[in-house]
Design a protein around this ligand. Structure first.
Ligand SMILES: [Zn+2]
Length: 297
């Protein structure tokens, strides 16, 4: 399985910033240390081109990001201080998702140890998301294969509002989002299928609802590719997720999604999504658990 990773994914943030920026490097390191993947297997995807970014984002927004001309309100909404490294990192993460989606179509499965920035809209960013990497990846695939049907399975604890808005009128893309109904973002945008859960619903209840939603939607939509946004913020000890899954239940979740795709001979690409555990090293291990599950099935 091709796994995309760049040292650019991690960049310098102020020490008191709540975003666990080191989780990308830690996740890659953990996979290597555990012998699940060799260092040589981690492929640097490079940077998404301007042309790639403009498949989804408006010229005005992309120019403002590239030149650091975002307003203070726009920067506050994104949640990261602007820097050249931030731009580079966001382009690298988008490139990782583009390459993972292409590799998945060729080889059946692939992963990006970043991505899932689903709160980025065409003309603005929010919630730690500048560019919508999954939307960019899907639009890249559509350039070569316009009829390709893609299902995005967004299991981050927060609703995938940016992605759902970008693909609202695109019948080739099915957006499934399972999230806490009362949590961020306030400005939710309807997905093809939204499963809005109560705060702290039980892992068993979560898994039952997921099973039903995934099986029903796959049967109905019949995609050619599944993109799995495997947010780790559904863990019971996450700072922002408001969900209640144990580490073991998260593994059951990952295996269920990936094995379902495998049984249907449906190619899948994995991106990480959010994860802000109180135990900082656990965030990286939860993400690594998803990649390990994909390597093992
Ligand atoms: Zn999230």
């Amino acid at each position: 399985m091709q796994v995309f990773f760049s040292s650019r994914y991690t960049f310098e943030l102020p020490a008191d910033h709540p975003f666990p920026i080191y989780k990308y490097q830690q996740c890659a390191d953990y996979l290597v240390e555990q012998g699940l993947i060799s260092k040589e297997q981690l492929i640097d995807p490079g940077l998404a081109s301007l042309e790639d970014l403009l498949l989804v984002h408006t010229q005005n927004y992309v120019e403002k990001i590239m030149t650091g001309r975002l307003t203070s309100t726009e920067i506050r909404k994104i949640g990261f201080p602007w820097s050249e490294k931030l731009v580079e990192r966001s382009r690298a993460a988008a490139a990782g998702s583009i390459e993972a989606a292409k590799a998945a179509l060729k080889a059946g499965r692939a992963a990006n140890i970043a991505g899932g920035t689903h709160h980025a809209f065409a003309d603005h960013g929010s919630g730690y998301c500048l560019f919508n990497d999954v939307a960019i990846a899907v639009k890249c695939l559509h350039k070569a294969e316009p009829q390709l049907k893609v299902q995005i399975v967004d299991l981050d604890a927060h609703q995938g509002n940016g992605t759902s808005a970008i693909f609202a009128d695109d019948e080739r893309v099915y957006t499934l989002s399972m999230h806490v109904g009362g949590n961020y973002p306030r400005d939710k945008f309807p997905s093809s299928l939204d499963i809005a859960l109560e705060r702290s619903c039980s892992g068993q209840d979560y898994l039952l609802k997921l099973k039903d939603a995934l099986q029903t939607s796959l049967k109905k939509f019949q995609p050619d590719l599944l993109v799995y946004l495997a947010g780790a913020d559904v863990h019971k000890d996450d700072r922002f997720g408001q969900m209640n899954l144990s580490t073991e239940e998260m593994l059951v979740r990952d295996k269920f999604v990936l094995e379902t795709a495998k049984e249907k001979k449906l190619p899948f690409a994995i991106v990480l999504g959010g994860g802000y555990n109180k135990d900082k090293s656990l965030t990286a291990r939860l993400h690594a658990q998803t990649i390990a599950a994909a390597l093992s099935i």
